[in-house]
Design a protein around this ligand. Structure first.
Ligand SMILES: Nc1ncnc2c1ncn2[C@@H]1O[C@H](COP(=O)(O)OP(=O)(O)OP(=O)(O)O)[C@@H](O)[C@H]1O
Ligand SMILES: [Mg+2]
Length: 258
């Protein structure tokens, strides 16, 4: 079943965040994004609503890689934030491992809470990610990157001259470093998840982000993210060694000197 406007939580309207849905921005594998008109007191013209697909229709490739090491002490009532400490719920962990109905529901809430929580942490740290405002059920409300003419283009569709490409690549490496200092690796970074807005790169789509203290595949995921970005910038004249960059960052992360 596809996600429609009716899946946008009523509370986003009744709590005075948005007044109307303007248009559908994207309907992808994992999430559907709508551009909404913001209530005037929010100080924004538009806000983005991202609705995650229901658990039975999601298709996260190899979700075990991302869930590995993630604390699954999630609340099933949709309350905010993934608990990463506290008493582990062994029955819930077993349900997750077996992918039972309850386990799948926990994973679903985990993805949503996790993306919202990650955006909160990174935005507070000054990262160039959309500001998250609130979440409810399977949906979250965040800063809209775009204007009346449409959403910001994905970096994939932007042509850059060399000097600008070098600056943007360097800036993105600094972002990756900042995320790592906040104990986050994106895990699915690509020019599709980077939007080009007001001359700068903004990174989106964090549900699969991993904690490098907990996930055993962290260095591989970090290097893959860096390689995906480097490969995109290569035709614009950016020369980089993703393995070396990843290893240097990882070394500083392990030493606590980021
Ligand atoms: N805050 C935002 N402002 C403007 N556009 C956005 C925003 N967030 C997402 N989008 C648009 O919606 C698309 C899908 O968002 P996102 O990548 O977060 O979801 P997804 O679950 O990965 O979907 P897909 O499977 O299509 O990648 C993005 O590529 C982008 O074009
Ligand atoms: Mg995406």
């Amino acid at each position: 079943m596809s996600v429609t406007e009716s899946d946008i939580p009523e509370v986003f309207f009744s709590d005075g965040w948005i007044t109307a849905v303007e248009y559908l921005v994207s309907s992808g594998k994992e999430g559907t994004v709508f551009c909404c008109l913001a209530a005037p007191h929010t100080g924004h013209d538009r806000l983005a609503v991202k609705v995650h697909r229901s658990r039975d229709h999601r298709s996260f490739k190899n979700d075990a890689v991302y869930l590995s090491g993630r604390a699954m002490g999630v609340s099933l009532d949709g309350s905010r934030g993934l608990k990463s400490s506290g008493m582990p719920d062994r029955r819930l962990e077993r349900a997750v491992t077996k992918r039972s109905k309850r386990g799948k529901a926990a994973i679903q809430h985990s993805w949503i809470n996790h993306e919202f929580n990650t955006l909160q942490v990174l935005h507070q740290a000054g990262a160039r990610v959309p500001e998250p405002f609130t979440m409810s059920g399977h949906a979250m409300l965040m800063e809209y990157l775009g204007d009346a003419d449409g959403p910001a283009p994905q970096l994939k569709h932007v042509a850059l001259e060399r000097q600008r490409a070098v600056e943007m690549f360097t800036g993105l490496m600094r972002e990756i470093e900042l995320w790592l200092a906040c104990d986050r690796i994106h895990g699915d970074l690509s020019p599709f998840n980077i939007l080009y807005w007001q001359g700068r790169a903004m990174v989106i789509d964090f549900p699969q982000a991993v904690n490098p203290h907990e996930n055993p595949d962290s260095l591989l995921l970090l290097e893959r993210d860096i390689r995906n970005v480097a490969t995109y910038f290569q035709p614009f004249g950016v020369v980089a060694d993703p393995t070396r960059i990843a290893q240097e960052l990882w070394y500083r992360f392990m030493r606590g000197t980021l």
